[in-house]
Design a binder for this molecule. Structure first.
Ligand SMILES: Nc1ncnc2c1ncn2[C@@H]1O[C@H](COP(=O)(O)OP(=O)(O)OP(=O)(O)O)[C@@H](O)[C@H]1O
Length: 897
């Protein structure tokens, strides 16, 4: 190192290179100079030790030193904790040569590596080191700021290391636009003040840190005070962010909450300034719960305290929607802080930044502190909300229970549920599915009739279908006491997706809450609703009441069915009473009737099917009732169906019943006669009139004793004894193809033929007296005897209407009679204009009747309107009859009128 100036002067004098006079003059000058330097230095040292702020230090440093040496500006840089980098700490901005350069802000915010050939060299030295920039500017590893300074005219730079406790804490970089500015004197002087400079910088740094901490505390305190005033959770982030943005560099944030089962997390509060709001899927992202173990949330929740996540490292395709939207909005780094706590109170705070490295240790510390304030505030708000909600819940459930109490029918129930649902604005759609009698499937009971897709064929199909309980969804709900949340997209990934889940997906129902419906311990069904309700008490209250209402409605419906069955039975009972009155006895003791009674007594005790044949009015129904009354089934009502009385399409439902909605007009379920006749007798009157298609169905019931209601799936088994009756010749009907042979054989197990009255003349007197007495009693007209003339007329008549005709004739005659004896009787005239009388043989009557019919039909025998058609006999039979009775064309064609 070069010697200071005055020592050189002394050396020169000693070496007799200067005379004494000039030596003294020069020495004096140097001493003066030295004195001044000493003075300035002392002053500088004093001033430096008093400095508290950066501005003061730079002022003292620049003005003091600049009075002794020339330089343009100086920058104090400090080494980072990790001792790998340094950063500009103190700058004399006014003197800064590069102050107009665009690079300045980024240079001031940068960290520079220590390990370069210039700075590291100076840090390793005990004395200042200087460079001529011309010599080094093109060397590799030159820091950017030196280049910029060089471009702005800086020629030389001096690096003065700053040390504290033997460690280099930073350096002063002094710049000059004049080469050779940094003389030995300058270096010596600056070396002398560098310890004071170091301690001043350290003090300033400590002061700054203390001040920063105080400021942070102040901001946090402000936030905390403001949080106390927040009443609604939606305002939480607005209040927090106003302060937090001063402390941490983040673009936006969000709060999360975990569900009770700790399976899903969802948005708790959104940032009103979130840039993701511009995306169409924002609403979906806010609403949609996400699986806790999605690789992102669990990465944060597994560690204690805030965690910084580099968003660029995650697979965007697999990431949840909220993550994708934030990434699309420019977020690249996030800090997640999940606070430990009970589920449903486990809140999380996520901060986003648009560049990596935004969240340093200080930021994390602040996030941690703000999180705890935020969660305390959120808990308080939740507690307040809970109190308010409890009140609301109470009045809501009270209203609902009033509504439900008035429910009598399914329709009332849907209306009550819909009213409740409208009040809970978050419910977007619901379906109640009830467990069917089979215990293995469910069917829709009620559903949201206000939904927009109610007429969609797919939806209608879902509503109409039965679904097995064990489908991984319904059974999950039924095995839980708490509501179960289903995310439609997740459920769509199952190996077997239930049809209704596909419908949810197609209808855009993103998440469904399933709640078990129970009465006592008995599962009765499942309620599905698309809702945000996390208010479990309300949900449970609603479900409990719906369950009770459903049970009541079902019981009520059953009562209505029983009531209508009772009404039907009652009608039959009345009918029965009338008939019993009529059938107190079957009158007639002639041999023909004796034979009938004999057969009746044999068959009555058995379960055999009986076929009663005979002309109209011969007493077939009377005989049927007689058999039933003498059978072991007598304590139950005999059920009667008149196969000729109903149109073909109604007989089926009359016989087998139908389910509600089985066909248009089937508004209620109907119990058919077969079911009504269970354990009793079914009397199928006029069986010959049964349409062919129903004959097959009847055959099946007779054979198997089981059937299904129309529109029903369940097979109903019955124990019914069948008695059929007809006035047709079934054998002929079978031959003509109008009656199934197999059914005929099934019915004709035990045939009983009721004789026509004209074949039992011996019974006429008894029957006539019986009817006379009955009608006279009924009408109060006392007619007690029948004249022998009348009796003779009665016996001579052929009685085409059989006993019924006799009964009606007597009824009419009693009304027209004066006196106690019936002296006049008004027998009907025949179509041929003369009385039918016993003076003609049966063959003669038959021949005359056929000829007359042929005449009326213009001689046409077969086909529509032909004589065979009119006479109700096959044309082949008529031809045979005509041949037998010797009827020729001349008999009917010549006299045709
Ligand atoms: N033997 C009888 N004794 C008393 N009344 C009788 C007798 N036979 C028939 N009747 C009466 O005649 C009427 C007709 O009888 P029923 O209805 O049993 O005849 P049916 O053969 O079933 O007639 P249809 O074939 O027209 O249905 C009834 O009022 C019944 O009480």
């Amino acid at each position: 190192m070069e010697k200071p100036g005055f020592l050189k002067v002394i050396d020169d004098f000693e070496n007799q290179q200067t005379d004494k006079k000039s030596f003294l003059r020069t020495l004096k000058k140097h001493v003066n100079c030295y004195e001044k330097e000493k003075e300035v230095l002392l002053e500088l040292s004093n001033d430096i030790t008093k400095v508290r702020t950066k501005v003061d230090l730079i002022k003292v440093f620049s003005s003091g030193l600049k009075s002794l040496f020339y330089f343009t500006h100086a920058v104090v840089s400090l080494v980072d904790k990790e001792k790998q980098t340094y950063y500009p700490f103190l700058i004399d901005r006014e003197a800064l040569k590069i102050k107009h350069r665009d690079e300045l802000p980024s240079l001031l915010a940068s960290r520079f590596v220590l390990d370069d050939p210039f700075i590291s060299k100076a840090h390793g030295s005990d004395i200042p080191v200087s460079f001529l920039l011309d010599d080094i500017i093109n060397k590799p590893g030159i820091p950017g700021f030196l280049k910029v300074n060089y471009e702005c005219g800086i020629k030389e730079a001096m690096i003065v290391p700053l040390k504290s406790k033997m460690e280099t804490i930073g350096h002063v970089l002094v710049y000059s636009d004049r080469p050779g500015s940094f003389s030995d004197d300058f270096k010596a002087v600056i070396s002398m003040i560098s310890p004071q400079l170091s301690s001043a910088v350290s003090n300033i740094k400590i002061n700054e840190e203390i001040e920063f901490k105080e400021w942070v505390n102040e901001v946090l305190l402000d936030i905390s005070n403001n949080l106390v005033t927040v009443r609604h959770k939606k305002d939480l982030l607005t209040v927090v962010n106003a302060g937090l943005k001063k402390l941490v560099k983040f673009t936006h944030n969000v709060m999360t909450i975990v569900d009770k089962a700790e399976e899903y997390y969802s948005v708790y509060v959104t940032d009103p300034d979130s840039p993701t709001q511009k995306f169409p899927k924002y609403g979906e992202a806010v609403e949609l719960p996400n699986l806790v173990n999605d690789g992102i949330y669990d990465a944060a929740s597994d560690s204690e305290g805030p965690v910084v996540l580099d968003m660029t490292l995650f697979d965007l395709d697999k990431a949840p929607l909220w993550f994708k939207l934030n990434y699309a909005a420019g977020a690249r780094e996030m800090v997640v802080n999940i606070l430990p706590g009970k589920a449903e109170h486990k809140l999380g705070l996520i901060l986003f930044a648009d560049k990596k490295g935004a969240f340093d240790a200080a930021a994390l510390n602040i996030v941690e502190r703000i999180s705890s304030q935020l969660f305390t505030a959120a808990s308080n708000i939740a507690a307040n909300e809970e109190i308010a909600n409890k009140e609301k819940e109470k009045s809501f459930l009270l209203d609902f229970s009033h509504d439900i109490a008035a429910v009598r029918s399914k329709h009332d129930l849907s209306a009550a549920v819909e009213r409740a649902v409208k009040k809970l604005s978050s419910v977007k759609g619901y379906t109640v599915r009830l467990i069917n009698c089979d215990g293995a499937t469910t069917s829709t009971y009620i559903y949201d009739s206000t939904n927009t897709f109610k007429d969609d064929p797919e939806f209608r199909q879902m509503i109409a279908a039965k679904f097995p309980i064990k489908d991984g969804i319904q059974d999950k709900v039924l095995s839980n006491t708490e509501p179960v949340l289903f995310i439609t997209n997740e459920e769509m990934r199952r190996a077997v997706v239930p049809q209704y889940v596909r419908t949810w997906s197609d209808m855009g129902l993103r998440k469904m809450l399933g709640v078990a419906l129970r009465t006592g311990n008995k599962d009765i069904g499942v309620l599905f609703m698309e809702t945000d309700i996390v208010n479990l008490p309300i949900l449970k209250g609603i479900c409990a009441q719906i369950s009770t209402a459903i049970s009541n409605v079902l019981v009520n419906e059953q009562l209505i069915t029983y009531k209508s069955m009772l009404e039907v039975e009652n009608d039959h009972l009345k009918e029965q009473i009338n008939t019993i009155y009529n059938a107190a006895e079957i009158v007639g003791n002639g041999p023909e009737m004796q034979q009938v009674y004999h057969l009746m007594s044999i068959v009555a005790k058995t379960n055999s099917t009986v076929l009663l044949t005979g002309e109209t009015g011969t007493g077939k129904e009377l005989a049927a009732r007689g058999i039933h009354k003498s059978s072991p089934r007598k304590d139950k009502l005999m059920i009667k169906v008149n196969c000729a009385a109903l149109p073909a399409n109604l007989i089926e439902s009359e016989l087998f019943g139908h389910e509600r909605g089985a066909f248009t007009g089937a508004v209620e379920r109907r119990i058919g006669k077969f079911e009504q006749a269970h354990n009793s007798t079914l009397f199928l009157d006029e069986i010959g009139e049964l349409p062919l298609e129903l004959q097959v169905k009847l055959l099946r019931v007779i054979q198997e004793r089981e059937f299904e209601r129309i529109g029903g799936k369940t097979t109903i088994k019955v124990d019914v004894r069948i008695i059929a009756a007809t006035n047709r010749n079934l054998e002929e009907e079978v031959n003509a193809g109008r009656f199934r042979a197999d059914l005929y054989y099934r019915l004709n197990v035990f045939p009983i033929s009721l004789p026509p009255l004209r074949n039992r003349i011996e019974d006429i007197a008894q029957l006539a007296n019986y009817f006379l007495a009955r009608h006279s009693k009924n009408t109060g007209i006392k007619v007690t005897a029948i004249s022998s003339k009348v009796m003779q007329e009665l016996k001579s008549y052929l009685w085409p209407g059989n006993v019924r005709e006799l009964e009606h004739l007597l009824e009419r005659s009693v009304l027209l009679t004066n006196g106690s004896t019936l002296r006049e009787i008004y027998l009907p005239k025949t179509r041929f204009g003369k009385d039918l009388s016993v003076n003609q043989t049966l063959e003669e009557i038959e021949r005359a009747h056929i000829i007359q019919t042929l005449k009326i039909c213009g001689g046409k025998i077969a086909g529509s309107g032909g004589a065979a058609d009119v006479l109700g006999t096959p044309s082949t039979t008529l031809h045979a009859k005509m041949k037998k009775l010797k009827i020729s064309k001349t008999d009917y064609l010549s006299q045709a009128s």
